[in-house]
Design a protein around this ligand. Sequence first.
Ligand code: IMP
Length: 199
Amino acid sequence: MKIIFATGNRNKLKEIQAILGDRAEVSIPADHGVTEEIPEDAPTLEGNALQKARYIHERTGLDCFADDTGLEVEALGGEPGVFSARYAAVNGAGEGHASADNMALLLRRLEGQQNRRARFRTVIALIRNGEEHLFEGIVNGEITLKKSGTEGFGYDPVFRPEGYAVTFAEMAPELKNRISHRGRATARLIEFLNAEGGE
Ligand code: IMP
């Protein structure tokens, strides 16, 4: 079975190809001549994942999937959510290094806040034989008072998953991948593809 992963991120591609093994041959849009940036300007994670998958499907006619992730903080009404990658920038608080700026803004907005509950949510949109399917992965946790750890990326240094005493950035990557939002959504996608049997 052949499938396109609508991402420009070769690390994500490698990760998923390793999980799928020889059950599927995963390629990226550039392998099919689609080299421009894929638009993602929908107001929800679901909308963005579908927008990216449809964009690739319309141009290649092939099966494909796309993902979108957001950090949703309860006391901030679900912010930064769909704006997670550009949180500081869209709030005029960016100084250059997106992750550091994003975490600084988040910690500032939560100053004095008792409720620090948050979750990461990943949505994967799959277009398979012309039909659309959505898969979700969630990890609950809380925003720490300060940054700890150097592993991972994005908000990892300030996110402590439920049931653990350390942040994502203090965890071995294998453990994070097993319990993470993306790991869980990917597991559901793979379960679906496996149940189908592929071709
Ligand atoms: P994307 O949809 O995977 O590009 O994720 C959007 C943004 O969410 C990223 O730019 C990061 O800021 C944040 N993010 C996504 N996944 C993670 C994660 O596993 N750890 C920390 N931050 C993440």
